[in-house]
Design a protein around this ligand. Structure first.
Ligand SMILES: NC(=O)C1=CN([C@@H]2O[C@H](COP(=O)(O)OP(=O)(O)OC[C@H]3O[C@@H](n4cnc5c(N)ncnc54)[C@H](OP(=O)(O)O)[C@@H]3O)[C@@H](O)[C@H]2O)C=CC1
Ligand SMILES: O=C(O)[C@@H]1CCC=N1
Length: 275
């Protein structure tokens, strides 16, 4: 199998490094390109045998899978550039939510899919959210998910839930890190505890909590119940949190969805310009 990555920024480089580190792909199976070529070159130097190209068309030649790791408004340019060279049996995969399968189907003469990764894939965990055009055969879906399973748990989703599943899986790490940072800052401010120590404690707590909620078989409700000694300290604090955070996550979801609709509109406009 040969795999190309167009765009070697934050997420592109995470995917490339994770696929190699997990043993899913040999560097020699990977071709990469990036607008600022030096960035792609640096990655190829890290992984001897990987091919870096200054030209996107050269990078996709002969690949089975082509990941577009670029931002929504960059799709117009890249699709314009590669469209004439793409072969019908190749699969182009968008990793961004506001580019719809319908956009890709309309403008690309090949198999198309959407896979939303997560920064957690860097630690070979978390999900890959998979959506397919009807053009992608069952065995091709299995082949892609087989690859993704080296760095994540591939989960097939309905495209109409793209935004909320991305909020949970891909934005979620930033949201949880934000809450952790607030918890740590308050601990330092209220008690004078050393910040590094507080970060270490809170981060290990988050790791263990995640393990209990996944392989440990606990639900969020069970976990709270087990920690909350009746009439104890946690229960008191949870009641306070419930009151203080009332409606916060509804507002968060409204915010992400409003920004998504804005991005979608801009992407739609950019594809209209191609026409
Ligand atoms: N960060 C995350 O946790 C997640 C991100 N995503 C999605 O991934 C997408 C990319 O995000 P991220 O990696 O963070 O963004 P970055 O800005 O870090 O990376 C985008 C890359 O695309 C390159 N690029 C832009 N235009 C072209 C072009 N015409 N040809 C080749 N390369 C090009 C840029 O090159 P240059 O070096 O010149 O700027 C840059 O390296 C976003 O749409 C985001 O929604 C999805 C899930 C999680
Ligand atoms: O911030 C963003 O737009 C992207 C979407 C998912 C994660 N990061």
């Amino acid at each position: 199998m040969k795999v190309s990555f167009i765009g070697t920024g934050s997420m592109g480089s995470i995917l490339i490094d994770s696929f190699v580190r997990s043993g899913a792909l040999e560097p020699s199976q990977i071709a990469i390109s990036n607008r600022t070529f030096a960035k792609a070159e640096q990655i190829a130097v890290r992984h001897p045998g990987m091919r870096a190209y200054p030209d996107n068309v050269d990078a996709i030649s002969g690949s089975n899978l082509i990941f577009l790791c670029i931002k929504p408004l960059e799709f117009k340019n890249v699709i314009d550039e590669i469209r004439a060279s793409v072969q019908p049996e190749q699969m182009i995969i968008s990793i961004t939510s506001p580019v719809l399968l319908a956009h890709l189907e309309e403008w690309l003469p090949c198999k198309v899919a959407k896979v939303i990764p997560s920064i957690t894939n860097l630690s070979l965990s978390g999900a890959s959210l998979c959506m397919y055009s009807a053009r992608v055969l069952m065995e091709e879906r299995q082949m892609l998910e087989g690859l993704l399973s080296h760095i994540s748990e591939p989960i097939r989703i309905d495209e109409k839930y793209t935004r909320i599943v991305s909020d949970l899986s891909s934005c979620g790490p930033a949201f949880m890190a934000f809450l952790l940072q607030q918890f740590v800052d308050a601990a330092v401010e209220e008690t004078g505890i050393d910040r590094d120590e507080a970060v270490r404690l809170a981060s290990n707590m988050l790791l263990g909590t995640g393990q209990l909620l996944t392989e440990g078989g606990m639900t969020p409700e069970m976990l709270q119940e087990r920690v909350s000694v009746p009439g104890g300290i946690t229960a008191k604090a949870l009641t306070m949190l419930g009151n203080e955070l009332d409606g916060v996550f509804q507002r968060l979801i409204k915010t992400t969805h409003a920004k998504f609709r804005e991005d979608l509109e801009k992407v739609d406009q950019s594809f209209t310009v191609i026409r």
